[in-house]
Design a protein around this ligand. Structure first.
Ligand SMILES: Cc1ncc(COP(=O)(O)O)c(C=O)c1O
Length: 368
């Protein structure tokens, strides 16, 4: 069959699907910048600059059962997550990153044309999965401080609304959605997916209400606080009926054996991991006050492991490129409600120092 013949068979609603602009790996810069790959400072994907716990690397080196499939019921993993969260395992389902759970929840709820309320600007994967799962995104803009506009969310609900998405803290703005706002949205009765990917940086959670509200679902991940982004493991807490459906529709072996080992070991070393989280929070506050002093940048307060800044002089894209040329990767945004903005993930103190020095130099250059 000719190539255009095959193309005709592709779902037409995916013709304009752009995919996700994923972060760059340091290796892609090899030979393009004058900095050795190992010295590149990667502040573009909200990864953990301290890596995983040392127990994880040791246990993975010793692991031998790679030839065997993992337990598709995730029994041990869900027991461990029950102990960690205090939520019964009958509510818990794990996946290959919380990304996979966003996908599964949408697959479970959406039929073509169903609406999903998305409070923009927010995590770009939300829109990605709504589109991929044949839904219609209904975008409700946040206010000027990036807070969710609860009244506008309520007004946007129609008889086609199947889900409301709330990331708290929100990516890329770092903004929390207060408990009372989440409760007000839950009271509408529409299923609400609360994404707490950065929970360990805030300690604020709505999870204890899972099960009490039949429409509340909460997602978490090991990518950020536990430094396991590369192993892809996240989990969600759901009303038991929803959890049962998700366990049935998930790919049977979606959490791989390396991820299972890594979660088990991480949960044996929570104090170590949380001390890194504390350092990241302290660094976030140090970086915030330094950025605030740079007249040409406007940082927004953040409760996560990154800071969003408006770039007031020049273009964010150009600044991102100049940082990249000097071996520092950050994320830039230039879209409605997020014009000329940079999102900087918090690195180690020495990395943040280099970033700040470089920004000071670039600020001078932009002055010239
Ligand atoms: C709000 C939010 N949800 C989910 C994720 C994805 O996490 P995971 O690595 O568990 O798929 C991210 C990652 O950046 C995020 O910012």
């Amino acid at each position: 069959m000719a190539e255009e013949g095959i193309e005709k068979l592709i779902r037409p609603e995916l013709a304009g699907f752009d995919g996700y602009a994923a972060s760059k790996s340091s290796q892609t810069l090899e030979g393009k910048v004058d900095i050795p790959v190992e010295d590149i400072i990667k502040l573009d994907a909200n990864e953990n600059p301290y890596g995983c716990s040392p127990r994880v690397t040791r246990a993975l080196a010793d692991y031998t059962d790679i030839n065997l499939y993992p337990d598709s019921e995730q029994t041990e993993l869900r027991q461990q997550l029950q102990a960690y969260t205090g939520i019964s395992m009958s509510h818990i389902v794990a996946g290959a990153g919380s990304d996979q759970l966003i996908d599964l929840v949408m697959r479970l709820f959406l039929k073509p044309g169903d609406e999903v309320i998305n409070c923009i600007p927010t995590f770009a994967m939300f829109r990605f999965f709504i589109k991929l799962c044949n839904g219609t995104p209904v975008e409700v803009p946040r206010d000027e401080n990036f807070k969710v506009d609860v009244n506008a969310v309520k007004k946007a609900i129609t008889d086609k609304t199947k889900l409301i998405l709330l990331a708290t803290p929100n990516n890329p703005t770092g903004t929390m959605t207060p408990y009372k706002d989440i409760l007000e949205i839950l009271d509408t009765g529409v299923p609400v997916l609360v994404d707490e990917a950065y929970y360990e940086f805030t300690s604020e959670t709505i999870a204890p209400l899972v099960g009490k509200y039949k429409n509340l679902m909460v997602l978490r991940t090991f990518s950020k606080w536990a430094g396991l982004a590369g192993l892809r493991v996240g989990y969600g807490m759901f009303p038991t009926k929803i959890a049962d459906y998700l366990l049935r529709i998930k790919e049977p072996y979606c959490v791989n054996v390396a991820a299972l080992v890594a979660v088990r070991e991480s949960l044996e070393e929570i104090d170590y991991l949380m001390s890194n989280v504390k350092t990241i929070i302290a660094e976030r506050e140090r970086l915030f006050s330094r950025l605030k002093k740079m007249q040409w940048l406007n940082p927004y307060p953040s409760q996560a492991n990154f800071i969003l800044c408006s770039v007031l002089k020049g273009k964010a894209k150009e600044l991102q490129q100049r940082l990249e040329d000097r071996g520092i990767l950050v994320r830039y945004f230039d879209q409605p409600l997020l014009e000329d903005s940079l999102r900087i993930s918090i690195g180690r103190p020495e990395e943040n120092d280099i970033l700040m020095e470089t920004l000071n130099e670039l600020g001078e250059e932009l002055n010239d």
